[in-house]
Design a protein around this ligand. Sequence first.
Ligand code: 13P
Length: 225
Amino acid sequence: MEKIIALNHKMNMDYDEVKNYIQKLKKLELNPIVFPTSIYAIEFIKAGFKTGLQNIYYHSKGAYTGEVSPIQAKSLGVSYILIGHPERKELFDETDEEVNRKIKCALDSDLKVILCVGEDKDEDYKSAIKKQIDSYLKGIDREIIIAYEPMWAIGKNIIPCHKKLEEVINYIKSFFNYDVKVLYGGSVNSESIKTLNDVNVVSGYLIGTVSTDINELEKIKEVVK
Ligand code: 13P
């Protein structure tokens, strides 16, 4: 099965860089899901990429200054929403309840959800992930995609070993009554992908730091495709 490649640009690149990047990304024929900074989403949509937002609000419309609703995203041509990213929890104090409401609201607008789960460095992965899945998915039975993003691996140039990654992904899958796709995110780059790509249960990758680097993406493609 072809691996999913999701690119989380976070808050990187200015508009000129984005336009230049799009030209190069088109030539790469990687078929990614791109999560650009939201103001640039329309550029990726117009260029024909599957496009997502890195965050969303949990109301459809109204006086919520600075927020973007799932209905607005959908009407633009956005098809995916990343929800519960560890940086949103850590830096913006996003709560489990907010994550739950965001998932519900995004699914109600027929957007596909990629939900991040993962443990912090001194947490037991089983209890951390169980708690997250229980609270994030309370009252939700529609299908979503999971991204396993251990907080200790994000931007740190370290990755879980083969055995641990396989174990965690199988653990995550055990909570779902459908064949849930589980991506891995955290320090994915042209070197780590050589090890990561041996883990068959991984459905794809959520790439952060090197997602704006076309040379890195080209090397990753060589390993994955
Ligand atoms: P890095 O690839 O920079 O570790 O970030 C991973 C991430 O947060 C993807 O969403």
